[in-house]
Design a protein around this ligand. Structure first.
Ligand code: ZN
Length: 141
C-alpha cells in the first residue's frame, strides 16, 4: 500500500511545525476572503515594514454595516491567515465596532502563529482600520 501525500498535507505539516495553529492553517489554505469586490465603496492599500502589501476592498451599506470585505495580498502565510481572520471578525459589524478589532482579537482566532509573523497580524489589522477610516472620512459627515 502506498500512502498518497497531497501537497496540501505536506504544506499543512510544514506550517504546523513552523508554529501555525490549526485555525491559522485553515485560513491560509482556504483563502476564503481573498480577492476583490467589484462594487466596493472603499479600496485602501498598505505596505508593511516587512514588504508585505495588502489592498482592502470594503462593501459597507447605508446603515454603516460592513457587508463584505476582501483582501488582495502579496505576502507570507502569516499575513494571509491574519487578513482572512480579520474579515470574519468585522463582517456584519458597524464601522465603529469594526474599528475596535485589534491584533489580540485576530491572534485569538488564529490560536497560534510564529512569533516573527506577529507584525503580519498588525499589518492586516492596520490595513482594515485604514480602509474603515478612509470610508468614514469619505462617507460620514
Ligand atoms: Zn509577513
Amino acid at each position: 500500500m502506498v500512502t498518497e501525500i497531497t501537497i496540501q498535507d505536506s504544506e499543512r505539516k510544514m506550517l504546523s511545525e513552523a508554529g501555525y495553529g490549526d485555525p491559522a492553517i485553515e485560513y491560509y489554505l482556504g483563502k476564503k476572503h481573498m480577492g476583490s469586490i467589484e462594487n466596493a465603496n472603499q479600496i485602501s492599500f498598505k505596505v508593511g515594514s516587512c514588504g508585505d502589501t495588502m489592498k482592502i476592498y470594503l462593501k459597507v451599506d447605508e446603515d454603516e454595516i460592513v457587508q463584505d470585505a476582501k483582501y488582495e495580498i502579496t505576502g507570507c502565510a502569516g499575513a494571509i491567515s491574519a487578513a482572512m481572520a480579520t474579515v470574519d471578525l468585522v463582517k456584519g459589524k458597524t464601522v465603529d465596532q469594526a474599528l475596535k478589532i485589534n491584533d489580540g482579537d485576530v491572534f485569538r482566532v488564529l490560536e497560534s502563529i510564529p512569533e516573527k509573523k506577529h507584525h503580519c497580524i498588525q499589518l492586516a489589522v492596520k490595513t482594515m482600520h485604514q480602509g474603515l477610516e478612509e470610508f468614514q472620512m469619505a462617507h460620514v459627515s
